[in-house]
Design a protein around this ligand. Sequence first.
Ligand code: HEM
Length: 149
Amino acid sequence: MNRIFSALAHAVLLGVMLAAGNARAQSTPTDDALYQQLGAQPGLVKLVDDFMVRLLADPRMNPFFKDVDQAHVKAELVTQFCEVSGGPCRRKGPDMKQAHAGMDINKNNFNALVEVLQQAMDAQGIAFTAQNKLLAKLAPMHRDIINTP
Ligand code: HEM
């Protein structure tokens, strides 16, 4: 009798543990809300296409970007924006310090690029709150990107 009771208790306990595990799994989904707000992959591709057009058209940015492999840089930016916004991408390219080494980038250059990115996000109709969230993810990178006073 005891053995039957013990087996039953174990079965109940196992059920409770499985339910708890399941609840925990459901309560911590990966947070891709920002990625979705940015329009997921198609939205990011459109945003970065527009961003590059604007970088080339902006006299402050053109000297930096006119000779780059645009397709490559755009693909890297899409992957990076996807990753930092909680999407399924993982960027494997050089880190931000390496990627920008050798270019003299100062604070004004950095701010100008952010301004152009804001213009591109506006043009794509990205909500202001989502714009700010993406910028908040990118802003700390200034420590690795700005490399000249
Ligand atoms: C938050 C700010 C920035 C982010 C997130 C960012 C991100 C990136 C990424 C992901 C790449 C591609 C690197 C690779 O894998 O090859 C790249 C390349 C590049 N970035 Fe930035 N960047 C930022 C700011 C700047 C600024 C301020 C400048 C200059 C004013 C700049 C100029 C460039 C150039 C010229 C390249 C192409 C390098 C090459 O392919 O030779 N970036 N950036």
